[in-house]
Write a protein that binds this ligand. Structure first.
Ligand code: XMP
Length: 302
């Protein structure tokens, strides 16, 4: 990659050249789409319409943070939590879950696109997304789906040749807040792929709290560090036997997400995380640490 400063200048000229009118971008709050939104905002200003679809599958505090960070832009927030939950009811198959979230996301975005009547789409696709999608390992809903459904006049992918670490360098150079430039990758289908089985409001609440503890304790040290919800197991709280949730703690080191190593967290730190989750969240009975690399596991659970 060229120097971030040079990349920014080149991208701004490129976006100006490619977008002949108004453009929209699906903002996820992640570093890739945020960098693209900021580059595009610098290139076409108010002609950019960032759209944030609140799927209800985001982490604790994340929606508020996104609204705040992009408040200087023409941000359109679509609150679709109830719709996503409704369509996810009874869905247990991992690929079906991904498809339900992906399709509803596209339909929601499509409605906005029609309302706004915009011809250009800006996408935060990065290099590894394209490789994995082409390889067909898992369906990544943020790649490919939108353009097939909506007939955009042009699709612009400013960071399509960059790796994640390069996108972060650009984000720092753009002066984006560190919550964004250093933000861990977060999957498009959100917490849905960190819950085994059906997604329910109760599971989402437990997972949000558990994940916040993992992130608080690990900071930005791992490539990704998060909690997942596995199922239920028996435990004892006070002098009561309880049938509570099993939370898996996952922390991996990686360069681009294509392969990953389970992180060797010091025992004391790991124990603190596990104990806090079981103590602070009522209906959690057990915490486990996932020691699996990728391959053979994937980073996410579904
Ligand atoms: P896996 O679980 O396949 O994940 O090892 C590799 C990397 O990709 C992220 N991931 C996604 N990112 N949409 C995304 O934007 C998705 O559907 C998706 N699924 C997985 C995952 O968090 C990891 O960084």
């Amino acid at each position: 990659m060229v120097e971030p400063k040079e990349f920014i200048d080149e991208s701004i000229s490129y976006i100006k050249e490619e977008v002949d009118g108004e453009a929209m971008i699906a903002l996820s709050g992640g570093v890739d789409s945020s960098v693209c939104a900021e580059l595009s905002y610098r290139a076409i200003g108010e002609k950019l319409h960032p759209v944030f679809v609140n799927t209800g599958l985001m982490r604790k505090g994340e929606v508020e943070q996104i609204k705040q960070t992009f408040s200087h832009m023409n941000l359109e927030v679509v609150d679709a939590e109830d719709k996503f939950l409704e369509e996810l009811e009874g869905v247990v198959d991992p690929e079906e879950k991904r498809n339900v979230v992906g399709e509803l996301f596209i339909r929601t975005f499509e409605e906005i696109a029609k309302e706004l009547d915009i011809n250009y789409l800006i996408q935060g696709t990065i290099y590894p997304d394209r490789i994995e999608s082409e390889g067909g390992i898992k369906s990544h809903h943020n790649v490919g789906g939108l353009p097939q459904i909506i007939d955009f006049e042009g699709i612009v992918e400013p960071v399509r040749n960059l790796y994640k670490d390069e996108v972060r360098k650009v984000a720092r150079e753009l002066d984006l807040p560190s919550q964004i430039s250093e933000r861990m990758p977060f999957p498009g289908p959100g917490l849905a792929v960190r819950i085994i089985g059906e997604v329910t409001p109760e599971k989402l609440d437990v997972l949000r709290e558990a994940n916040a503890i993992v992130e608080e304790e690990l900071g930005n040290e791992p490539w990704q560090g998060f909690a997942a919800l596995l199922g239920k197991a028996t435990g004892v709280k006070g002098d009561q036997r309880v049938h509570g949730w099993i939370v898996s703690i996952r922390a991996v080191e990686s360069r681009d997400g294509m392969t990953a190593k389970a992180m060797e967290i010091p025992w004391d730190q790991l124990k603190t995380i596990g104990d806090r989750i079981a103590r602070e969240i009522d209906n959690v009975s057990r915490t486990v640490y996932d020691i699996t690399d990728k391959p053979p596991a994937t980073i996410e659970y579904e």
